[in-house]
Design a protein around this ligand. Structure first.
Ligand SMILES: [Fe+2]
Ligand SMILES: [Fe+2]
Length: 477
């Protein structure tokens, strides 16, 4: 009897682990599909990176389908299922699932005989406009025409709006993480300034909770970077740079340990400013040539400081030294020739520039709205910044990043609160404007919503919140 019981327990345990394994493999397939679809926006169809990524997906599918004829995934009520098992949707899958829903795709089946080329053709299709490719059209004919015979698509069964409370929870947690991060950076800067030991463990723990938060809900933490803190700007800038770098690395499907070390490097990139006089850092007027030369010393100072802190990764040192290099010999400090900027430094440089452009720093009387900042980065792609990274960054933050105020064709004003794969159609919070002040209309709408085959709302322009004196902060915090 006792033996029978322990056998039953053993079996139960085995089947539990087998199920977890199955779910993990199923999730791996969808993550890889997401990565191939995203790579197809960045690379041409014959690019080795894309081919490799599609091969990896094929290997994962083959690895799982030995005992099965076909692999079926379904989306029901915004939940992803592999056969009858629920697959948790985290940030790594959110874009793909959202994209499926937008195209009204509720099920995807990989059939035996699937080839790498079919995967690539399907990924290209997933990057076409919704009007051209969604379940509203003749999907079997499209798949046949594109020679994608081993992928079957089904319509969405039932779609529910995401639970509002879950989003609110994530926002609240993000707020706590953000404030914690500002405090941790402040403590670190104080310690360096007073030549005391730096608590790297606290900093690492901090970065891990930032990474977890971004993986859970990237928009919540990224939304906070658009709130510029006048008083704490120096610290908030480090935190913002770190969050944006973490988000971009997540978007690019980096491994978690890499994302974390990039997060640390982002937090520490400007640590060298500790040794630059406050009058120069906070000077409201234009810097003199001499002052500018002093400010330009901060990357070297930063690298020297970090070289002496035990437990700091070399990447943080490199990031501090190279973050103003602007891809070669253009930036500072001068290295007497062309320097190949480490990819991590390139990411930090982009995150740093975006935050600096949108910042409400003492020396700018006007702040630049996020959508204009994106356009500035786009204009500098290929000269100051890696064009592939700029493209990924724009895809991530959208042409209208979180915090942008939009003028809609309905006469309404919408504040961007969430990105979608359609760069021109984010989710917005409708604002009522009256008597020079404003209040939340409370309604969050998706600009992709249609009625009678037409979009319900379309962006006709952006509004400069600083000119119109609209305080976006209260809606994002
Ligand atoms: Fe800097
Ligand atoms: Fe910076």
């Amino acid at each position: 009897m006792a033996e029978e019981q322990s056998d039953a327990r053993g079996e139960a345990r085995q089947s539990f682990f087998a199920k977890q394994q199955l779910i993990a493999s199923a999730k791996g397939i969808m993550q890889q599909l997401s990565s191939v679809v995203r790579s197809a926006t960045l690379y041409p169809a014959a690019h080795p990176f894309l081919l490799q990524s599609a091969d990896l997906l094929l290997a994962k599918i083959d690895g799982m389908s030995t005992a099965r004829k076909a692999l079926s995934f379904y989306i029901v009520n915004n939940e992803l299922f592999f056969e009858t098992h629920s697959v948790p949707i985290d940030q790594s899958l959110a874009f793909l699932v959202e994209d499926f829903i937008r195209r009204d795709i509720g099920g995807i089946v990989f059939k035996p005989g699937l080839t790498r080329d079919e995967i690539i053709r399907f990924s290209t299709l997933m990057n076409e406009e919704v009007a051209k490719f969604s379940m509203a059209g003749d999907v079997p004919a499209i798949l046949e025409e594109r020679k994608i015979g081993h992928i079957e698509l089904h319509r969405v069964l039932l779609v529910d709006k995401k639970a509002v409370s879950a989003v609110k929870d994530a926002r609240q947690r993000a707020g706590e993480v953000f404030m914690d991060a500002v405090t941790t950076v402040k403590e670190m800067v104080d310690a360096v300034g007073m030549e005391k030991a730096v608590n790297m463990r606290a900093l690492n723990t901090m970065v891990h909770s930032m990474v977890d938060n971004v993986l859970e809900n990237r928009d919540a933490l990224m939304g906070l970077t658009s709130i510029k803190m006048y008083d704490e700007y120096t610290f908030a800038h480090s935190v913002n740079t770190s969050i944006l770098a973490i988000s971009l690395a997540t978007y690019l499907s980096f491994e978690k340990p890499q994302i974390a070390s990039l997060g640390v490097a982002g937090l520490l990139h400007d640590i060298g400013k500790v040794y630059i006089p406050h009058q120069i850092i906070n000077k409201p007027d234009k810097l003199t040539d001499e002052e500018w030369e002093i400010l330009k010393r901060h990357p070297v100072e930063g690298a020297l400081i970090l070289a002496d802190v035990p437990g700091v990764t070399k990447l943080a040192m490199i990031g501090a030294f190279e973050h103003h290099q602007q891809g070669g010999a253009r930036g500072y400090p001068s290295v007497g020739g062309v320097l190949y900027q480490h990819p991590f430094s390139q990411i930090i440089a982009l995150a740093d520039a975006y935050d600096a452009i949108t910042a409400a720093r003492v020396y700018y009387s006007v702040q630049t709205p996020p959508d204009k900042a994106v356009r500035i980065l786009v204009a500098k792609r290929g000269s100051s910044f890696n064009p592939v990274l700029v493209k990924a960054f724009v895809n991530m933050v959208g042409l209208f990043p979180i915090g942008t105020l939009l003028k809609l064709n309905t006469g309404e004003i919408g504040l961007v609160v969430h990105q979608t794969r359609d760069l021109l159609r984010p989710h917005v919070l409708l604002l009522d404007k009256f008597d020079g002040s404003e209040r939340e209309n409370g309604k969050q709408v998706n600009l992709q919503e249609t009625a009678g085959g037409k979009y319900k709302r379309t962006v006709v322009g952006t509004i400069d919140p600083y000119e119109e004196k609209i305080n976006v902060k209260q809606y994002l915090g």
